[in-house]
Design a protein around this ligand. Sequence first.
Ligand code: HEM
Length: 139
Amino acid sequence: MERTLFERLGGLDAITAVVEDFRDRVAQDDRINLKFARTDLARLRKMLIDQVCEATGGPCQYNGRSMKQAHGGMKVTTGEFNALVEDLVATLNQFKVPSAERDELLAILGPLKSDIVEVNSSEVGTPLPDEFQPAPALM
Ligand code: HEM
């Protein structure tokens, strides 16, 4: 039987390393980092690991907000979405994830765009609206 994408990516340790590198890249990226100004980064790290693990067939359960809930009111633009995908691709390339696995992961995440992007514009670096309510920090 074909191994799951989770297994082919290298399992939970590899996914954790990818998420941590990706988080650090996003934090350095002025095209998108304003959106994370009030985010609990420990929670984000856990949620991203759980989401990628579960979505690729691994033994995790994502218990975070839906993509619509998590990003609603954040006013993410199309340009900012593309910037985040670029950062993810840079991370996957750094870890030498083969193109087949990279493309499978992007095909899983790409369709979430319509739940995340609220502003159809190529603009980047737009601020987080004051009214945005971040998710509670992890205990
Ligand atoms: C396919 C693309 C994306 C995926 C899979 C994704 C996934 C997630 C997940 C799993 C969470 C955690 C939700 C929770 O805590 O319950 C989250 C939160 C967040 N995402 Fe995304 N996201 C994507 C794109 C983006 C983009 C393009 C931006 C902004 C440029 C963004 C900004 C944020 C921020 C700021 C939070 C934290 C919100 C808070 O503090 O409550 N995300 N995302």
